[in-house]
Design a protein around this ligand. Structure first.
Ligand code: PLP
Length: 420
């Protein structure tokens, strides 16, 4: 074989000639665009920027020592072979058993067969998009909604329609719109507690409206519970899955697929989340996981299991105390420094406050101005809208800034907004 041919086979020469990659990519890749948030996060490492941009946990609160001990223990004695070996796609059984108890505390009676461990809840969203959406089918999502959900679903080329839990649009109307877009409505996706990006929580009546609509349309409900444990005040509202069980008498009769995560409570870097749903859904997801990555890292699942069983509630209490104080600091600072005409949500938990500016504002332009003149970062809200609206909104996260930084950052942001 000539050197030239060898080079062609390895791709070296082809790459050198500048292949027209996009014409080779599948149509599903067309909607895969760089996330504004992730691109932005790369630029924010400068020490003089006060950032309300990343919706990530404060690393100072990670239970690093507990994880150190858990990893050492998993890699010692009898468990070390299992910790480093291939394992089952359903996930580490002791962790699934722990989750059965945790779900029961939320009003969800289930067995370990109703639970599959995923690599973060993000993986669950990808799998659920793959499981339900044929090209042209419709997903119902909030306007705005979690950007990562849109990114996960986009790969399956759906249409989106607006889920309005407090509105009264008829099932027939949703059905007709979906048919006009060349498919069927397949699921409603909702983050019921302290949603990303708005921080809002759906009252029980709104959760019931979603279940009513889903029953009428005969579709699935995807419940994204990433922030559910982070409540700072107000009473717990039962998860959609718990309400669905109450209506239908048991998890096997439900249509709600609950996506949980240890990312916001223990540590996102270990990539451990879970799905809890009726067995037919779990069985299909297990086959998908086998095909995609076989299983989530066993060592990480063991560490999460040990740290969760030794002190999940204490860890959650610790982070809640810190985030609660930061949430209060942000709401107080917004009241002090924002001009009239600006409104914001008052979240009962989670990590976000959602700000709506007067109509003429553009969040992206405001960010550029804010970084230039006041060195404050946030996320422009438009990316969270499936219909491209929301230019006059911004998302602020209070999870990673100290109370003093929050006061200073919001004061600066107030100056930028007044200037706009
Ligand atoms: C609403 C929501 N769902 C899911 C995720 C994904 O989290 P993970 O994959 O770390 O569980 C996030 C992460 O920020 C989120 O905000």
């Amino acid at each position: 074989m000539s050197t030239q041919m060898q080079a062609d086979l390895t791709g070296t020469t082809i790459a050198g000639h500048g292949l027209d990659w996009p014409q080779l990519f599948a149509t599903r890749a067309e909607r895969m665009k760089a996330s504004e948030i992730r691109e932005l996060l790369k630029l924010l490492d400068q020490p003089d920027v006060i950032s309300f941009a990343g919706g990530i946990p404060d690393p100072a609160l990670f239970p690093a020592e507990a994880f150190g001990a858990a990893l050492t223990s998993a890699l010692s004695g009898d468990s070390k072979g299992a910790a480093l070996q291939y394992s089952v796609s359903e996930g580490y059984k002791p962790l699934r058993d722990w989750l059965v108890t945790r779900m029961a505390s939320l009003g969800v009676e289930c067995s370990a067969d109703n639970i599959m461990i995923t690599s973060g809840s993000q993986q669950a969203l990808d799998y659920l998009g793959k499981l339900f959406l044929s090209k042209g089918d419709t997903a119902l999502v909030g306007w705005p909604t979690y950007l990562g959900a849109l990114q996960a679903f986009n790969a399956y080329e759906p249409s989106y329609d607006r889920l309005t839990p407090l509105g009264n649009r008829s099932a027939a109307d949703y059905r007709e719109t979906a048919a006009a877009n060349g498919g069927k409505v397949k699921f409603a996706y909702a983050s019921a507690d302290f949603a990303n990006p708005t921080g809002e929580t759906l009252p029980e009546s709104a959760r019931n409206n979603i279940l009513d609509l889903a029953e009428e349309l005969d579709i699935a409900v995807i419940e994204d519970a990433a922030y559910q444990s982070l409540r700072y005040d107000g009473d717990e509202v039962p998860p959609l899955l718990a309400l669905d069980i109450q209506r239908n008498g048991g998890i096997e009769n439900t249509r709600t697929i609950y996506c949980g995560s240890f990312s916001k409570t223990l540590a996102p870097g270990l990539r451990v989340g879970w799905v809890c749903a009726a067995k037919p859904v779990i069985s299909k997801l297990v086959l998908m996981k086998q095909a995609a990555d076989l299983h989530s890292a066993t060592l990480n699942q063991m560490a999460i299991h040990k740290v969760a069983s030794d002190g999940f509630d204490a860890q959650v209490a610790k982070i809640k105390a810190t985030y609660h104080a930061r949430r209060d600091a942000m709401l107080a600072a917004l009241s002090r420094h924002m001009p009239e005409g600006v409104t914001w949500t008052k979240p009962d938990g989670g990590m976000f406050v959602w700000v709506t500016l007067p109509e003429h504002f553009d969040g992206a332009a405001l960010l550029a101005e804010s970084l230039k003149t006041e060195r404050v970062a946030f996320v422009p809200g438009k990316a969270f809208f499936a219909d491209g609206s929301g230019a006059n909104t911004i998302r602020l996260s209070f999870s990673c800034a100290s109370e003093a930084m929050i006061e200073e950052g919001i004061k600066r942001l107030g100056r930028v907004v007044r200037g706009g």
